[in-house]
Design a protein around this ligand. Structure first.
Ligand SMILES: C[S@@+](CC[C@H](N)C(=O)[O-])C[C@H]1O[C@@H](n2cnc3c(N)ncnc32)[C@H](O)[C@@H]1O
Length: 248
């Protein structure tokens, strides 16, 4: 278990309000359609469309989530020229978790570096790889996906990301609430310390990631600033949708 920066009372209060009830996975698993991780990521790519800046993922493993993000970005480029300038940075040590997490030992997720066409791989532990030079190269970020599980890793990623954020930047947390809410702890501590304002756009139920039979939560948040941003566009332009529909 990592060091607690946020009080247990605050976490317990948030968890009791938003987390699933004890043992709810057993009851819900065949009775609800929780959005899949792919669907949540596809939505996040779409929500970030009006926001300029690149896409960064923290926690890549074999690249499944990275491919989903990349494919959705590529598809959206067909009808939205603004997406053509966006690059994807995928950050991971590929040596696995630096410390144990939930039911996973340190070193879990160690894997050869995946081949990901069209994606810039940033290999190394975040403490070494998330450099000021990389920050200068990336410039601005429209979407960040946090899937490094640990509070320490998520906190480091958030700190590095802070100057690259702008009004409208979309933040996705894969396991925001759960058995060991490292991502939420890191996020709350970072929000308090930096004062960066965010709004919760959506929280999604998901299967439990750790040992328990209680559902976890993914979350999509957005940075709020003075500057106004355009509304989220339709997932598929209406004309394209009609054209597709008319072929049936
Ligand atoms: C849950 S896995 C990511 C899963 C991935 N998004 C997918 O689609 O399958 C967590 C990843 O975070 C990486 N990770 C955790 N802490 C890290 C750190 N401090 N530096 C670099 N990588 C880290 C691990 O190596 C691991 O691959």
């Amino acid at each position: 278990m990592e060091r607690a920066l946020i009080s247990d009372e605050l976490l317990a209060e948030r968890q009791s309000r938003y987390l699933g009830s004890q043992g709810d996975w057993d009851e819900l698993r065949s009775h609800v359609t929780f959005p899949s991780r792919d669907q949540v990521l596809e939505l996040a790519v779409q929500l970030a469309r009006p926001v300029p800046g690149h896409i960064v993922e923290f926690g890549v493993y074999q690249g499944r989530s990275t491919r989903t993000i990349r494919d959705e970005l590529w598809i959206s480029r067909l009808w939205d020229r603004r997406q053509r300038g966006k690059r994807i940075y995928a950050c991971d040590s590929f040596r696995g978790l630096p410390t144990a997490y939930e039911n996973l030992p340190a070193g879990n997720f160690a894997t050869p570096v995946p081949k990901l066409a069209g994606v810039r791989i940033v290999e190394g532990f975040f403490e070494d790889s998330l450099t000021p030079q990389l920050a200068r190269e990336v410039g601005k970020v429209s979407l960040a996906h946090f899937d490094a599980d640990l509070e320490s890793s998520t906190g480091r990623a958030l700190d590095w990301l802070t100057p690259l954020l702008q009004p409208g930047s979309v933040l996705v947390f894969d396991e925001f609430l759960g058995e060991e809410p490292g991502e939420e702890r890191a996020f709350l501590e970072w929000s308090r310390r930096t004062g960066v304002r965010t709004a919760m756009l959506a929280m999604f139920g998901r299967e439990p990631a750790g040992h328990t039979d209680t559902t976890d939560r993914r979350a999509i948040l957005q940075v709020v600033g003075e500057r106004q941003i355009s509304k989220a566009p339709p997932l598929l332009p209406r004309r394209a949708r009609r054209k597709l529909a008319s072929r049936w």
